[in-house]
Design a protein around this ligand. Structure first.
Ligand code: 8YV
Length: 315
């Protein structure tokens, strides 16, 4: 039997690449120096796309593949896939939810702790000898018992809130609706109001055109000079210029960010700010979770080509 031709948008670890190469004929888009020539050449035989959350598949790529049947995303976020075009063309889309939830929540909470307790600066204080030359490390801010807001109480937001509850924090959330499984936490529909009653505001919304810049100047200023913004979702949920302005002028206390507009390149203004913790989009980046994501990515492709039900279908 001939193996289905799959367009691979970005690299995967070897433990995923080997089984992908065994089951499918993989065409590595990311290795092509002339992307449009490559698409023109392989596009007509492509039946599936394997991509990653942040890379997705845009209209140019999808349109170059007239026989495309399925797009399998390695990641829970599918905002970078042109869903409207997929819907129009009857192309199926899958993602990798659930398997990464705990790790993304862990990183979000770790970022809050690291930033609030100044752990990166404290590490440098030890390494550069400041501890012995300058003495005690400057005092930082407490985490436990303070007020947390979770913007987007989906799977990841819920796991973040559960972890924060163990720190004795006062928890409120904003979501499309009040959640029955979150009765211990206050439901605040308006993100500005949520921010105004939070010391730490977590952004855990699935990104879409509707959530673009949901965290704008008003939300950021409501969080205020003592507040911290933590983003483990997508950069597009935050107005980055408004965020940078507020951080530079002290209208927002601090931020801890795992995602950036134009990543992996980021706005150089971030690099000179002392009040931000910068992470390289690795919320799901543990060996255990990435192995589970790779398995699910492959299982969805295999199920599609075997005519079986998809395991985690978006469209
Ligand atoms: C990335 C993600 O897919 O789950 C998502 O939506 O953005 C991530 O898990 C991951 O960085 C692999 O590229």
């Amino acid at each position: 039997m001939t193996k289905p031709d799959i367009l691979q948008i970005g690299p995967y670890p070897d433990w995923d690449q080997h089984p992908l190469d065994a089951a499918f004929t993989m065409h590595r888009y990311f290795e092509a120096s002339e992307k449009s020539d490559f698409l023109a050449k392989v596009g007509p035989k492509i039946r599936g796309i394997a991509t990653r959350g942040e890379l997705g598949a845009n209209a140019a790529i999808i349109n170059a593949c007239p026989g495309l049947e399925v797009i399998s995303v390695y990641g829970v976020g599918f905002d970078a896939v042109d869903l409207a075009l997929c819907r129009e063309r009857g192309i199926r889309v899958t993602n990798t939810p659930d398997v990464l939830t705990g790790d993304v929540a862990d990183l979000g909470v770790a970022m809050m702790l690291a930033q609030s307790r100044g752990m990166i600066g404290a590490e440098n204080w030890v390494r550069d000898g400041s501890w012995s030359t300058k003495g005690l490390y400057p005092l930082q801010r407490r985490v436990w018992g303070r007020r947390a807001g979770v913007l987007g109480l989906g799977r990841i937001g819920f796991e973040i809130a559960k972890r924060l509850a163990a720190f004795g924090m006062e928890i409120a959330y904003s979501s499309t609706s009040r959640k029955d499984h979150a009765r211990d936490w206050a439901f605040i529909a308006d993100p500005v109001e949520l921010a105004s009653r939070s010391d730490f505001l977590f952004v855990s919304l699935a990104a879409s055109a509707a959530t673009r810049h949901i965290v704008g100047k008003e939300v950021i200023e409501a969080l205020g000079p003592e507040g911290m913004l933590i983003n483990i979702s997508r950069a597009s949920n935050i107005d980055e210029d408004a965020l940078l302005d507020a951080l530079e002028k002290g209208r927002l206390g601090a931020a801890a960010l795992d995602v950036f507009e134009g990543e992996p390149k980021l706005n150089p203004r971030f690099l000179s700010l002392p009040n931000v913790l910068l992470q390289p989009h690795h919320g799901s980046g543990t060996i255990e979770t990435r192995k589970a994501m790779g398995q699910l990515l492959r299982d969805n492709l295999s199920a599609h080509f075997a005519g079986k039900p998809l395991l985690s279908q978006v469209l």
